[in-house]
Design a protein around this ligand. Structure first.
Ligand SMILES: Nc1ncnc2c1ncn2[C@@H]1O[C@H](COP(=O)(O)OP(=O)(O)OP(=O)(O)O)[C@@H](O)[C@H]1O
Length: 246
């Protein structure tokens, strides 16, 4: 569904190649400045590349018009601020049209209480939930058809534990409907629980592409993240990660 070859952007991405298929839930992880946001923006077709190519459904992203792309791929950016005192209902209505808020979105993001309130008066986590909803609504018809590319840059930033799980469960369900979801974040335990493809980034490159964190040693992870990493095994046999300074 998505492939990218030899992507280069000066000071940001170095000869990055990879691919992902419909139905995958890809988690991109790495230290600050390792290139995660740059990669997501490139995959969204929103950054001009110095070299290389990104293809969606075997077609170069550059050959899509922006309106065409907007119906099948969305990007929730890390920093999105509204200069206008629009209510949450107004912001979401712009993207949902007459369809309203799908039940699955409401169940995961619990937005109804915020609808009358101005977006710029919500707490950080509340606003993040609205921005994730806004991104998903943009491509909701494509999600229902199983043809969407969903790119989310730290969608769990500021969310409480319950809403992080509700959101990642929703995204996993969207993947099961044959969509491709790619998220950046900084939580090894969420990655272990929900990812079925993982790209680990370091200094502008994907240095590991894995199906699960089970297939990489703590030592290799520690090297990539520049931090001590150890894990325990819970009662179901899953790894639980702990980080510490060496
Ligand atoms: N607009 C820009 N122009 C030039 N360099 C940039 C720009 N935006 C980011 N960079 C640089 O590109 C590199 C990768 O940044 P990027 O935002 O992709 O990292 P990241 O992995 O998403 O980091 P974080 O975890 O902090 O969000 C960094 O060195 C950053 O300083």
């Amino acid at each position: 569904m998505l492939d990218f070859n030899h992507v280069e952007i000066k000071h940001r991405l170095k000869n990055v190649s990879g691919s992902a298929q419909a139905g995958q839930f890809v988690h991109v992880m790495g230290t600050n400045g390792s290139g995660k946001s740059s990669l997501l923006h490139s995959l969204a077709g929103l950054l001009s590349l110095d070299k290389g190519m990104v293809r969606l459904n075997r077609q170069d992203l550059q050959h899509y018009s922006l309106p065409q792309l907007a119906t099948i791929r969305c990007l929730q950016e890390q920093q999105q601020q509204s200069m206008f005192a629009l209510s949450v209902a107004e912001v979401l209505h712009f993207f949902s049209g007459q369809h309203g808020l799908p039940e699955e979105l409401e169940q995961a993001l619990e937005l109804k209480d915020f609808l009358p309130r101005p977006l710029n008066q919500l707490s950080g986590g509340e606003a993040r939930r609205v921005l994730v909803a806004r991104a998903l609504l943009q491509v909701w018809p494509a999600i229902e058809r199983g043809q969407a590319l969903v790119l989310l840059d730290e969608p769990n930033q500021g969310l409480d534990f319950k809403h992080q799980h509700l959101l990642f469960q929703l995204l996993a369900q969207i993947c099961q409907q044959n969509n491709l979801v790619i998220v950046n974040h900084h939580d090894l335990n969420l990655c272990q629980q929900y990812a079925n493809q993982i790209w680990l980034m370091q200094k502008g490159q994907i240095v590991e592409s894995l199906r699960s964190l089970d297939s990489i040693s703590n030592q290799a992870l520690s090297h990539i993240f520049g931090c001590g990493i150890q894990c325990a095994i819970d009662h179901t046999g899953n790894k639980i990660f702990q980080t510490y300074l060496d």
